[in-house]
Design a protein around this ligand. Structure first.
Ligand code: ASP
Length: 340
């Protein structure tokens, strides 16, 4: 049987970093040298892969919308040449990039697997070797055709993933969605509800994102909403409100209600997510969330904040009206949320 051919796209991150006087930094050409010394990658059971290094390589904490566009453009331009993609990426914002790519790569029909490591390949005990080797095997398996994140033995739906640990090797979780696969002695794939595709069109289409002003506001006991009035009504277009529990806010919304109404009039969309990593938002379940619904905020259900942010960028970039965005934020576009 013909071997699958995977593109290994290096964007930066710890996996390919080297020590410097001011901490770890990405270094051009370094990862390629490290990969050449990994014997597993030369094993006959491995798929073919071609290494592509992006320029500049970034610490993922420096990544923004333009970098998501660069990664998306690279994948789109090489799409027909490969059976799948493994994207090496820093862990800090990997869940944001995975979420963004899941929306941007419309009609995706091949695996795009983001991975990286907590310990650089140049150090002993690096988790990068397994993360790269197993991601390549999964990308060549023919079992997935969506944007995923592989880390520490787990394959997660990209837009359901979140970074849970700053120093553990099981750094990512998918608290509201089943794992797509687990890699132990063998790699076991699980049946998960498939991520809806944007259309049945077979051709990949890239939606580039625009730099829309998006904000995330985390409520806390004692928050003074009027302080955020101008920000929410004049500056931001998409707002993710990270609320308590199932969507609750302090003060029965008295202070927030007029601001939300004003924000909607000004063309902003406020999406309610939860500070709890696990569970869903249920607007109206408590009196402390009813006002949000009445004022016109939309429910993010069980979406991660990463996914809600990426989805707002995507929907505003598509040019939808505020009313359309309100409807689409509550719809399952790429498997990012569950409404029932
Ligand atoms: N700061 C690094 C990055 O996100 C952390 C990592 O890769 O683990 O690029």
């Amino acid at each position: 049987m013909k071997k699958k051919h995977i593109c290994l796209l290096h964007t930066g991150g710890t996996v390919g970093m080297v020590r410097s006087e001011r901490g770890y930094v990405p270094k051009k050409g370094h990862l390629k040298e490290m990969l050449d010394s990994i014997s597993d990658l030369k094993d006959e059971n491995m798929p073919l892969f071609t290494f592509v290094e992006m320029d500049p390589l970034l610490d993922s904490s420096d990544m923004a919308v333009d970098d998501w566009n660069r990664i998306g453009e690279e994948i789109a331009s090489l799409y027909d040449d490969y059976d799948g993609f493994v994207v090496l990426h820093g862990t800090d914002t990997m869940a944001y990039t995975a979420s963004a790519l899941s929306f941007m790569l419309e009609n995706l029909n091949k695996p795009v697997i983001l991975t990286g490591s907590q310990i650089p390949l140049c150090e002993i005990r690096s988790d990068g070797v397994d993360n790269i080797v197993t991601s390549l095997l999964i990308a060549a398996s023919g079992n997935v055709s969506e944007v995923c994140l592989y880390f520490g033995g787990r394959l997660l739906r990209g837009n359901r993933s979140t970074k849970m640990s700053s120093d553990g090797l099981l750094a990512f979780a998918s608290p509201n969605f089943v794992h797509l696969a687990e890699a132990g002695i063998s790699i076991r794939y699980f049946q998960a509800p498939p991520a809806p595709k944007s259309s049945l069109d077979a051709k990949l289409k890239l939606c580039r994102l625009e730099n829309i002003p998006i904000g995330v506001l985390k409520v806390f006991p004692g928050i003074s909403f009027p302080i955020f009035d101008k920000l929410m009504t004049e500056k931001l277009k998409g707002i993710v409100l990270e609320t308590f529990g199932a969507g609750n806010i302090p003060g029965n919304g008295n202070a927030l209600l007029p601001i939300i109404k004003k924000a909607f009039k000004a063309g902003s969309v406020i999406t309610v997510c939860s500070q709890c990593p696990q569970g869903t938002v249920s607007l109206g379940a408590y009196m402390s969330s009813s006002p949000l619904k009445e004022a016109g905020a939309v429910s993010g259900y069980d979406m991660t904040t990463e996914s809600a942010v990426a989805k707002l960028y995507y929907l505003f970039s598509k040019g939808y009206s505020t009313e359309e965005i309100k409807v689409l934020m509550e719809e399952n576009l790429r498997g990012e949320l569950t409404t029932d």
